[in-house]
Design a protein around this ligand. Structure first.
Ligand code: KIV
Ligand code: NA
Length: 275
């Protein structure tokens, strides 16, 4: 079944959880599509897990278009969300519409995601008016890492909790079709999910959200040794990959790879003529 903004809203209405993972390339996206995931996020976490930057701020529109193209080529059923990178929408409503358009028109995404609350409502309204669905993102918004002074849980005191709730209502009012809640207390996320008509997708926000998202390198343990509290490791591919790489190195060094079955043949007659 093809996932759309309509089917995602139906899932919330029918209390069926929405599943989302990040992906940044064709082959991973294809595996997720075949696994039956609802949504793939081409996250600007790309900057960290694929490009090795310490945060998401350096990611460009060119990076996002490049990787969104790769992901959409691997998807048939999956709803593809492309992150708007830092400074592609904060600068003006005009920039926001132009850049959202590029992620859909050039990248092939079905929707865009941007971070922030009240301050980006004009951008959300304008992008939605251009017929591009917008997913909002509240709580720990990594593009604000310098303003926050680090990656920390948001919304723990009353004022901050009230602000996140108000911002969730505001982005819904501005036309967002869904909202990511990142690193907010589980009970606050559950309350927001109950108050909103649109689906909430949580990461580090408990199981009271309408859906969940994880960065795939985190859930497969293939991004260094760092494991945030909210990540569950479903496989340890990092270790498996290192073992496979080491075995290849060993077998290549001792000559046991390639073996007979990995090689192409030529007849001895032909070979004799070459001597
Ligand atoms: O970029 C990303 O991977 C994200 C998710 C963590 C929600 O924005
Ligand atoms: Na992101």
């Amino acid at each position: 079944m093809k996932n759309t903004v309509a089917t995602l809203q139906e899932q919330k209405n029918n209390k069926q959880k929405i599943t989302m993972l990040t992906a940044y390339d064709y082959s991973t996206a294809k595996l997720m599509d075949q696994s039956g995931i609802n949504c793939i996020l081409v996250g600007d976490s790309l900057g960290m897990v694929m490009l090795g930057y310490p945060d998401t701020l350096s990611v460009t529109m060119e990076d996002m278009i490049h990787h969104t193209k790769a992901v959409t080529r691997g998807c048939t059923e999956t709803f593809v969300v492309a992150d708007m990178p830092f400074m592609s929408y904060q600068t003006s409503v005009y920039d926001a519409v132009v850049n959202a358009g590029k992620l859909v028109k050039e990248g092939g995404a079905q929707c865009v995601k941007l971070e922030g609350g009240l301050e980006v409502c004009p951008q959300i309204e304008a992008i939605v008016k251009a017929s591009i669905p917008v997913m909002a993102h509240l709580g720990l918004t990594p593009q604000s890492v310098n303003a926050f002074g680090g990656f920390k849980v948001q919304g723990k005191d009353e004022e901050a909790a009230r602000r996140i709730l108000q911002e969730a209502l505001a982005v819904q009012e501005a036309g967002a079709f869904a909202v990511v809640l990142e690193c907010v207390p589980a009970k606050l996320a559950a309350l927001i999910s109950a108050k909103l008509e649109i689906p909430t997708i949580g990461i580090g926000a408990g199981n009271g959200c309408d859906g969940q998202v994880l960065v795939y390198q985190d859930m497969l343990s293939m991004y260094g040794g760092f494991k945030p509290k909210f990540v569950k490791q479903y496989a340890n591919l990092g270790e498996q990959m290192k073992e496979a790489f080491s075995e290849y190195i060993r077998e290549t060094q001792d000559g046991s790879f390639p073996a007979e079955e990995h090689t192409f043949k030529i007849s001895d007659d032909i070979l004799d003529k070459l001597y």
